[in-house]
Design a protein around this ligand. Structure first.
Ligand SMILES: [Zn+2]
Length: 1087
């Protein structure tokens, strides 16, 4: 050992004090943790803490802020120009404004007092507890305001700091962020008479260091509280937090002390948290933060208010992006962009510029964030077609990610439709609300009926309106359910519904969270500045490099909000009728343009603009709070008007197309047009007599009935026997007690059971009235006995028995059960029910017990079938006690089955052998009058030999698409309307026939025209079987055929498959096609 070392050790020992100076205790963690709250608490120590330092000076009163107001009459929402041309009268802080939904324009004259001029940042603070929008004096939208402390400040421009008076406007909307519910429960029906007191109109000087320290301390406090108590990082945060408070106290809260406190904070947060530079380290981030503002297109407020919410929210984001370069804001719903374009053109231009810079990011590819349970297959197609075309036409981009965080269940065919609309990714979130089973994946491959897949991600923070808190980042790992495959995730942050999206608070907090990850670790590292697409791109790359994500096949059934298949019945019926009508409009208009040589022989033109308007209206009403029935009453008065407009336009377009096709209202001939691409035979209802229609491929021959085959008799009081050539039916005490298939001598109704029996349930869900029906409602089933039944038609083509059923003192039902002549094709027992409905929290259904055994039932969904259990074996099976279906549900054995058809319903259940159709609900929130009034509905029992097959598919479509009785006929039209049919593959449905979007005689010029004329046809396999068939077009001059996607991009030239073929004795041409199981195939026929 050398002498030097010995000396060093000796001196070291001397430095360590020999004697204890004073006692030092172990720090009591809990107390020092609780102490942290004092510093930023608004309670008794407010004046001693940091909050008192945030705004060193405030100016208010008429010398600084002078107010005058103009209140437009009748709840109108005038434009800037209209409003500001009126006379404004003086007003002041303390005044109240209302009633609910009214608008008030304020002129604000502001003079910054001398004493405030020295501050770097001055903010105008406005709070009346309602929403508002700031406009410059020249009519530019500047900023949105939310009220109730949510977003109340606007940074005053530099040019206001000249000691002179400046002027701007505020457009006040008398509704809160969540409408106008009274009390604290926002889903209660709105109070029409709310008034809002303007309580704050001030200029605040901001102490920017104090504000920065506030956020430093917030995140350090969260770290101390939320990091695991056995982690070093939690202890360190506790020490730093306490030292910040000690430093503040030692310096008496001075500006200098605040600066010193920040230095202490940076030991924990790192040095870069004051700018976006904090994100510029090259460390791998796990969480991609993306700003978003979930604006429900209508919900607790009407569409008209949404238009303003959009302008308020998006202007906020443009403003925030200037100050926070890391902010990326993604925004879905083409409809909202279109509203902005129409109503706020200069703001729209600013959005457009920001999109070019990559900051404002269109996403989603759909017209609105729509419901996916209820719209038809073609509606889902159009959501994407209209959405993507809008984004492409205005911004030159298409979306790659289908973005639907908030919807009430997910159709099994969405992955296929997404892929066909140019999207490979899907983001959603709502499944985390399941109230029975926890969905097991965060990132997974979602697989459609036809095996198409998309990458699906559900943010593990389990929100699409995150407040960007420490806990959200923590949960990005702790709630991540796919960590074994991939540990990255998205954090979707920002206030929705008028909250205006991300706030500066969110961005300040996230900078500090990132600082914590890089400085002390443990917290999942967040990155801002990327897009949601960047996140998915990285994920896709890992998948391409061999990462195997878990798969989920079939529908993503949402275990909540099952009442939304039924609530607001009238709105749902309108949707179905509009979808059916649009099919006919497009088909007939297409045939009309073919007839006139695509404009060569007459002035008729494909009514593209009218059709676009009809579709945009229908797509709008499919918004995820509108069609499901979860909006306030005002929204349904709006949608009633919208649908009325759609039907009016549709009628006009159908008559002009028919006229062009040669039908003539003045003619003495009556014909029935079958717009479906297969032959049909049925008894149709006209007032009298019933008419029997044979629609063989000619599709227009009508023959007055000669089939006198139906009989009805009352065999004993209240017992009726109905018969046609297929079925013998017994109606006893108002319900079907026997239904025999005469051919097989098979009884379909179990002994002592009653089919077509109305039943009522008590319907009080846990909270979300319009949305939910809860499993326990099944315990309250009560049969509704009929009071009277009688024969109402003895027509040999259709016999009927009418049943009257009292429901309560206020409500009653009248049901007509009819048996039509079979007339050469399988017949259905048709039931027309009229219900006068004035119930409170009751649920009306109709039951069909059938003598069929199967553990699975089938339900029609968009372009296919969903099979669901008829038992409650597991909690996953039981959760599906109420499910969504479209035109039919079916319970079949191998040799025989029964389908229930309907014309406007979506809620079904099959439990054991009892099939149930949900008819009407009566929730009282958020619409106190939901479904009150009279409803007409049709449904049918369709027994069939063999398992589920083409007869059900076709009968249900026929049930929804009645033949059109028109006057006149022409040979040419007759031949033309025989043109499209599929031969040799009955499972294929030719669903849509329309003109090509960009054909030169159709295009509205929004996207580049293509030369030539074309017809788009969409075909799908309805039963789940690969099939080969021929698409027949007879004598039409089709030159070539291309397979296209939903956006009508060319995928493949199929012209080689064109050949001669025959439809009966008729020779013509067609295309040989092959369709995979449940595939949606779109073709462009070029003329
Ligand atoms: Zn929503």
């Amino acid at each position: 050992m050398g002498g030097d070392t010995y000396h060093k050790m000796a001196s070291l020992n001397q430095e360590y004090p020999t004697f204890a100076e004073h006692p030092t205790g172990k720090q009591i963690t809990k107390i020092h943790l609780d102490r942290l709250r004092q510093f930023t608490d608004g309670g008794q120590y407010r004046q001693q803490g940091l909050l008192a330092k945030l705004y060193p000076e405030v100016a208010s009163g008429p010398d600084a802020v002078k107010l005058s107001v103009y209140s437009p009459p009748d709840l109108s929402r005038p434009t800037f120009k209209e409003a500001t041309s009126n006379t404004f009268k003086d007003t002041k802080v303390g005044e109240s404004f209302g009633p609910s939904w009214s608008t008030h324009w304020f002129k604000i004259h502001i003079t910054i007092p001398e004493r405030l001029l020295k501050y770097k940042q001055l903010e105008f603070v406005w709070d009346a507890g309602n929403e508002g929008m700031i406009w410059t004096k020249d009519g530019e939208v500047v900023h949105g305001l939310t009220g109730n402390g949510e977003r109340t400040e606007w940074i005053l421009p530099e040019e206001f700091k000249d000691g002179k008076e400046h002027m701007f406007y505020i457009e006040m909307a008398c509704n809160g962020m969540f409408g106008n519910a009274p009390g604290g429960d926002s889903i209660q029906p709105p109070d029409p008479n709310r008034y809002f007191q303007l309580h704050t109109a001030q200029i605040h000087a901001v102490n920017l260091d104090a504000r920065a320290l506030y956020f430093d301390f917030w995140e350090i406090g969260d770290a101390a509280r939320e990091f695991p108590s056995d982690s070093q990082q939690a202890h360190e945060a506790l020490q730093v937090g306490n030292r910040i408070m000690d430093t503040f106290i030692a310096g008496n809260g001075s500006d200098d002390a605040i600066r010193k406190c920040r230095e202490v904070a940076k030991e924990y947060l790192g040095k870069k948290v004051d700018s976006h530079e904090v994100y510029s380290t090259d460390k791998q981030a796990l969480v991609t933060g993306i700003g978003y503002c979930h604006i429900d297109t209508c919900w607790l407020w009407p569409f008209a208010e949404t238009k303003r919410k959009v302008a308020r929210s998006w202007s906020n984001q443009l403003d925030l992006m200037d100050r926070y370069p890391e902010l990326r804001f993604c925004c879905s719903q083409a409809q909202q962009y279109k509203w902005l374009e129409q109503n706020y053109p200069s703001l729209f231009d600013r959005v457009k510029r920001s999109i070019k810079e990559g900051k404002f990011q269109p996403i989603g590819g759909s017209w609105v964030e729509h419901d996916t349970n209820l719209p038809s297959g073609e509606s889902l197609v159009r959501q994407f077609l209209y959405g993507q075309r809008y984004f492409e036409s205005r911004f030159g981009v298409r979306c790659k990610t289908f973005w639907l965080p908030d919807t009430f269940g997910y159709s099994t065919q969405l992955p296929q439709l997404c892929r066909l609309a140019g999207m490979t990714r899907f983001l959603t979130q709502k499944l985390s609300w399941n109230n029975i089973n926890k969905f097991p994946h965060t990132t997974f491959n979602w697989v459609a009926l036809d095996n198409s897949q998309v990458i699906c991600h559900m943010p593990p923070s389990e929100t699409y309106t995150a407040e960007a808190n420490f806990g959200d980042l923590k949960r990005s790992i702790s709630q991540h359910q796919s960590l074994d495959q991939d540990h990255t995730s998205l954090l979707v942050f920002g206030k929705g519904d008028g909250g205006g999206g991300p706030t500066y608070q969110h961005l300040e907090k996230l900078r500090r969270c990132r600082g914590i990850s890089d400085t002390v670790g443990l917290l999942p590292r967040v990155k801002l500045g990327d897009s949601a697409d960047d996140f998915f791109e990285r994920l896709e790359k890992r998948v391409n490099d061999g990462l195997e994500l878990a798969t989920w096949y079939g529908e993503l059934y949402f275990e909540l909000h099952r009442g939304t298949y039924t609530t607001q019945a009238n709105n749902k019926k309108n949707n179905r009728l509009a979808e059916n009508m649009l099919r006919d409009v497009e088909y007939l208009a297409t045939m009309a343009t073919i007839k006139n040589g695509f404009g060569e022989h007459s002035a008729y033109k494909y009514p593209k603009e009218d059709i676009d308007n009809m579709w945009e209206d229908v797509l709008l009403c499919q918004f995820h709070d509108c069609l499901p029935g979860s909006s306030i009453e005002m929204c349904y008065r709006d949608s009633d008007e919208i649908y009325a407009r759609v039907f009016k336009t549709g009628e006009r377009l159908i008559s002009s197309a028919l006229e062009e096709l040669g039908f003539d209202q003045e003619s003495e001939y009556t014909v029935a047009i079958n717009t479906l691409p297969w032959a049909r035979t049925e008894v149709i209802n006209r007032p009298e007599p019933d008419l029997c229609v044979w629609n063989h491929p000619g599709r227009m021959r009508c023959i007055l009935g000669t089939h006198k085959e139906c009989t009805v008799s009352e065999t004993s009081p209240g017992v009726f026997s109905l018969k046609n050539s297929q079925y013998a039916l017994e109606i006893s005490n108002g319900a079907i007690t026997s239904l025999i298939d005469l051919d097989l001598e098979r009884e379909l109704i179990p002994k002592n059971s009653k089919a077509a029996q109305l039943v009522i349930y008590d319907d009080k869900p846990l909270y979300w009235q319009a949305w939910d029906v809860e499993v326990y409602h099944l315990r309250s089933r009560q049969e509704l006995p009929a009071s009277k039944s009688y024969i109402s038609s003895t027509n040999p083509l259709r016999v009927s028995v009418t049943i009257e059923t009292p429901i309560s003192e206020k409500s009653h039902a009248k049901t007509v059960i009819s048996l039509p002549a079979a007339a050469g094709s399988p017949s259905a027992i048709e039931i027309n029910t009229t219900v006068t409905w004035h119930e409170t929290m009751k649920f009306l259904k109709v039951e069909f017990p059938v003598d069929i055994v199967n553990t699975e039932a089938s339900y029609e969904t968009q372009f296919g079938i969903v099979r669901r259990p008829t038992h409650y074996n597991t909690s996953w099976d039981m959760a599906r006690f109420e499910v969504c279906g479209h035109k039919w549900a079916d319970l079949s054995e191998a040799t025989y089955g029964v389908s229930i058809l309907n014309d406007s319903k979506y809620g079904f259940a099959v439990a054991g052998n009892v099939m149930r159709l949900s008819l009407l609900r009566s929730p009282k929130a958020p619409d106190a009058n939901a479904d009150m009034g009279t409803h007409e509905m049709r449904y049918a029992i369709f027994p069939h030999k063999g398992g589920l097959g083409t007869p059900t598919v076709r009968k249900a479509i026929e049930f929804n698409q009645p033949v059109k009785i028109v006057k006149g006929s022409s040979e040419e039209a007759k031949a033309l309307l025989r043109s499209f049919e599929i031969l040799g593959a009955d499972n294929l449905v030719l669903d849509t026939i329309k003109r090509g979007e960009d054909d030169d005689d159709v295009s509205r010029g929004e996207i580049a025209r293509r030369t030539g004329k074309s017809v788009i046809v969409r075909i799908y396999d309805a039963l789940g079987g690969k099939a080969r068939g021929t698409l027949w077009w007879g004598k039409l001059g089709v030159k070539s055929v291309k397979r296209v996607n939903l956006l009508e991009d060319e995928l493949e030239d199929l012209s080689g498959g064109i050949g001669e073929c025959a439809l009966g004795y008729e020779k013509g041409k067609g295309l040989s096609i092959e369709v995979r199981a449940f595939e949606v195939l779109s073709l462009r026929l070029e003329f």
